[in-house]
Design a protein around this ligand. Structure first.
Ligand SMILES: [Fe+2]
Ligand SMILES: [Fe+2]
Length: 278
């Protein structure tokens, strides 16, 4: 049986978050809760346009439309993969095929881990490690591992010309309404949401960390001159909210891991969605 993912029913068009920089959105309802999760990616225009992560298979048609409404496929020069999770690599094949002039910015570990489902064209690959940079004509982009991540291949992306940091899975949070920005969220809910996702779904090992060492690592990212945080699973974070978001991320190793839904919750979800039999 072939699995056909269900296309999203809520559409949020691409949003301009800084000069030359658009976030491509997908909204996914949370399982069993009246909450929503973003599955974002990004496009940086400019002299050598960059696609940052490639969305999901469920949103393929709309993702391709959204990306190529902003940039001609032949003009795309770089496809930057933050890591090898399916919500970031979902349309990698399609993007590489549509953009013959693009190089794929990845790394060795990504190829080792992801070769089982993607045939990496090595001659089109450029390996960029944590702490390294690459030049895209009118600016240099810097790859940095963000504080919260769920694959060892993860590198965020900082554009010093705009102050935008692509934080990948860091700052992930559910939302009560996909139309809400960070400023619309109840501050307690936002703190809860970031802890729930970070400790429960992205980086459960945070509770094992030495808080001083971890704090120094968070410093290295926070000390970048970030004016806009764009992330896969969060609305854009700007202004004073950047400081608050980093403060929460810094606290994570000291927070008790959240209780996650267990089999009894799955039973309730199934019972609530079961169709009565004739
Ligand atoms: Fe991930
Ligand atoms: Fe993700």
């Amino acid at each position: 049986m072939t699995f056909t993912p269900i296309a999203p029913t809520t559409y949020v068009p691409p949003s301009l978050v800084a000069k030359d920089t658009y976030v491509i959105h997908q909204v996914q309802p949370a399982l069993g809760q009246p909450l929503f999760v973003y599955l974002n990616s990004m496009v940086i225009l400019g002299q050598q346009p960059v696609i940052v992560d490639t969305g999901t298979p469920a949103n393929r048609e709309q993702w391709l439309k959204d990306v190529f409404s902003l940039v001609e496929p032949n003009d795309v020069r770089w496809i930057y993969l933050s890591h090898d999770d399916v919500d970031h690599t979902g349309n990698l094949d399609q993007a590489m095929e549509a953009c013959p002039n693009a190089q794929l910015v990845c790394n060795w570990a990504m190829i080792e881990r992801h070769t089982n489902c993607f045939d990496f064209p090595l001659e089109r690959c450029r390996w960029v490690m944590d702490g390294e940079s690459f030049d895209i004509g009118d600016r240099t982009l810097h790859a940095f591992r963000p504080p919260v991540f769920d694959s060892p291949t993860t590198r965020g992306l900082f554009d010093p010309s705009t102050g935008v940091f692509w934080a990948v899975d860091t700052f992930a949070t559910p939302l009560p309404d996909p139309a809400m920005g960070i400023a619309d969220l109840d501050p307690d809910f936002w703190e809860f949401g970031m802890a729930l996702f970070a400790l429960g779904a992205v980086s459960p090992w945070l509770s094992m960390l030495d808080t001083t060492k971890y704090g120094r690592f968070v410093d290295t990212v926070q000390n970048l001159d970030i004016t806009t945080v764009a992330a896969c699973h969060s609305p854009v974070i700007e202004g004073p909210y950047i400081e608050r978001a980093f403060t929460r991320i810094r606290q994570l190793p000291t927070i008790d891991p959240p209780m996650l839904p267990d089999q009894s919750v799955l039973d309730q979800i199934i019972a609530a969605t079961a169709h009565p039999t004739a």
